[in-house]
Design a protein around this ligand. Structure first.
Ligand code: AMP
Length: 310
């Protein structure tokens, strides 16, 4: 493992400055990382970026593994708890920070580069230029967390400009975020492909999240209601949109510790749900003080009816 110093120099020597094959090299400074990825790209390597806020779990590791499977690529994991995407009174200060463990996980998974800037390294003085996702950024998560998606899009745009990735991987766990990022890339002509990775769950269905560690035993049990509600909704797909929502709602209402924020059925681009075909069922709720998100693919209409096995 090697770490760039204050001036951005690196202790490691290998395939190029600030990069050693088979090791994880940590860069704090944007300009230094840009230099390294630019050099790697020139030698024909694909640069794959996995943006995270750290406190890495199996969900993040699946993204890193998918990045590592890209032929002739180098994997860059960014670890930065982005203040811009937290609202006043949210958990920015208490958000779990486990940097040393995260580095060990990156090393185990074979990520070659970690970008871990400080707030000052990335934003300097408070940033005034931000990206607005428009109306879709003010719905669902955006309605409950004003400014959240502007913070997300702004930091991802900066990461894209610094790292220059050919491909960036994001989890379907944050489904609205994935849709808005795809739109940003399309509409602002970023030369980066965005790919979504399916949700990684615990054995009992709970979607992995860095925030799950806030849950006590009772809250963790209650949190299972979210994935159970999605399963009930998915199961009702052949009976149409209303049945999906009713089935999911019934499960959510059965658990008093779940404070529902929204349950929403839409098309894959967050538009109105179709009569038939692919749709997304999204749920957000507070359990105890912890805000949790989950979602699932739903096949709507008679075509989705499961044929009995012969
Ligand atoms: P975060 O550190 O929470 O900002 O997440 C970093 C990336 O990991 C985002 O693209 C998330 O969607 C993704 N992610 C988080 N949890 C999961 C999960 N359970 N399964 C798949 N991807 C996830």
């Amino acid at each position: 493992m090697s770490v760039t110093d204050e001036r951005g120099g690196s202790e490691s020597v290998g395939a190029g400055p600030g990069f050693t094959a088979g090791e994880v090299t940590v860069h704090r400074l944007p300009a230094e990382l840009s230099k390294v990825t630019r050099t790697l790209r020139r030698t024909g390597r694909k640069v794959v970026l996995v943006p995270t806020m750290g406190a890495l779990h199996e969900g993040h590791l699946e993204l890193i593994r998918a990045a590592r499977r890209v032929p002739n690529s180098v994997t860059v994991v960014s670890i930065f708890v982005n203040p811009l995407q937290f609202g006043p009174g949210e958990d920015f200060d208490s958000y779990p920070r486990t940097f040393e463990e995260d580095l060990r996980a990156c090393e185990r998974e074979g990520a070659e580069l970690v970008f871990a800037p400080t707030r000052r390294d990335l934003y300097g003085d408070e940033p005034r230029t931000t990206i607005d996702a428009g109306e879709p950024g003010r719905e669902l998560e955006g309605a409950s967390r004003p400014g959240h998606f502007s913070g997300v899009l702004t930091v991802v745009a900066k990461l894209f400009n610094i790292v220059g990735p050919d491909l960036a991987l994001f989890g379907e766990k944050d489904y609205q975020q994935l849709v808005l990022l795809r739109r940003m890339v399309r509409e602002l002509d970023f030369p980066t492909e965005v790919q979504g990775i399916p949700i990684v769950r615990e054995h009992d269905g709970l979607a992995l999240s860095s925030r799950n560690r806030y849950l006590d035993e009772r809250e963790r049990a209650a949190a299972l209601t979210l994935s159970a509600a999605l399963a009930a909704g998915t199961h009702a797909g052949s009976r149409g949109a209303d049945a999906v929502l009713a089935a999911a709602r019934e499960v959510l209402d059965s658990e008093p510790m779940v404070e529902l924020d929204y349950l929403w059925l839409c098309d894959p681009e967050l538009g109105p749900a179709p009569e038939e075909g692919e749709a997304r069922l999204l749920v957000a709720a507070k359990v105890g003080g912890t805000r949790l998100l989950d979602n699932a693919l739903v096949e709507l209409g008679p075509a989705s009816r499961v044929e009995p096995a012969r």
